[in-house]
Design a protein around this ligand. Structure first.
Ligand SMILES: [Zn+2]
Length: 253
């Protein structure tokens, strides 16, 4: 319980509720896990951003999402294949692959999502494994991406598109299970505190990253507890109206 108290103490320090956003990765098709996710988003009216893998995305997913007005689609690379040069960690967007091939696949993926999901598909790229090589960043705006979402506080002056990142990962990937209340609440409090104290960009919403297909029961229990506990003490943001409005404000400023 002391972790939850720590979260409450942090929220007490905010004069207005801090902004949060929710990104869930690796969607391709309807499933029982997806239903559970959509229910959670519905229950608390939280906008849900699904990072969909274009190469494997099924039209049945678009059909299912058409009944959910709170769900948005982001582009999760092209086919989620890992490549790596010697000594590198695997990545789809970068590594030893020829750049024209990567860009062509991204273009194809973008078109496919737009065809399947229409205006629900946003101009946001989510690189698989949250990794993308630096030389690709500056090429993204020409492909039509307005935003990029990776892991960690966004840089104040980024190369390439503006970032809208995630900061909380609920899974311990080595053990492939829930990372535990303490570890997850720690990530949340740490980012909120850094925003409040100005050591990171305070205007970046704190991003929750989930992977519905990989959740064990403890992940689901925690998400139900967290979304319930946060209630109206935070402001969940997202979706086309929200990101568009933010861009307009920035162009005025
Ligand atoms: Zn992924």
């Amino acid at each position: 319980m002391k972790h939850w108290r720590r979260l409450e103490r942090e929220l007490d320090c905010w004069e207005t509720p801090p902004t949060l956003w929710w990104r869930d990765d690796d969607a391709t098709a309807p499933s029982a896990a997806l239903e559970q996710l959509l229910q959670l988003s519905d229950r608390h009216a939280i906008p849900l951003h699904l990072a969909v893998i274009p190469a494997h995305s099924e039209i049945a997913l678009a059909k299912r999402l058409s009944r959910s007005h709170l769900t948005w689609v982001l582009q999760h690379g092209w086919d989620h294949q890992g490549y790596a040069g010697p000594g590198e960690r695997k990545r789809e967007l970068g590594g030893p692959r020829p750049r024209p091939e990567i860009l062509q696949q991204l273009r194809q993926g973008r078109e496919r999502l737009q065809q399947q999901f229409g205006p629900r598909a946003l101009d946001i790229l989510v690189p698989p494994w949250n990794r993308i090589d630096d030389d690709l960043l500056t090429l993204l705006p020409a492909l039509g991406y307005r935003r990029l979402s990776i892991l960690g506080p966004r840089p104040m002056e980024p190369e390439g598109p503006r970032q809208i990142n995630v900061h909380i990962d609920i899974i311990d990937w080595k053990a492939r299970r829930f990372a535990g209340q303490e570890a997850v609440i720690h990530q949340l409090v740490r980012h909120l505190e850094a925003r409040r104290l100005g050591s990171v960009d305070a205007t970046e919403p704190t991003g929750l990253m989930t992977h519905h297909l990989d959740h064990d029961d403890a992940c689901w229990d925690f998400l139900a507890d967290l979304t319930g506990a946060l209630g109206d003490r935070v402001r969940w943001v997202g979706g086309r109206p929200c990101w568009t409005a933010e861009r307009r404000l920035r162009s005025i400023a």
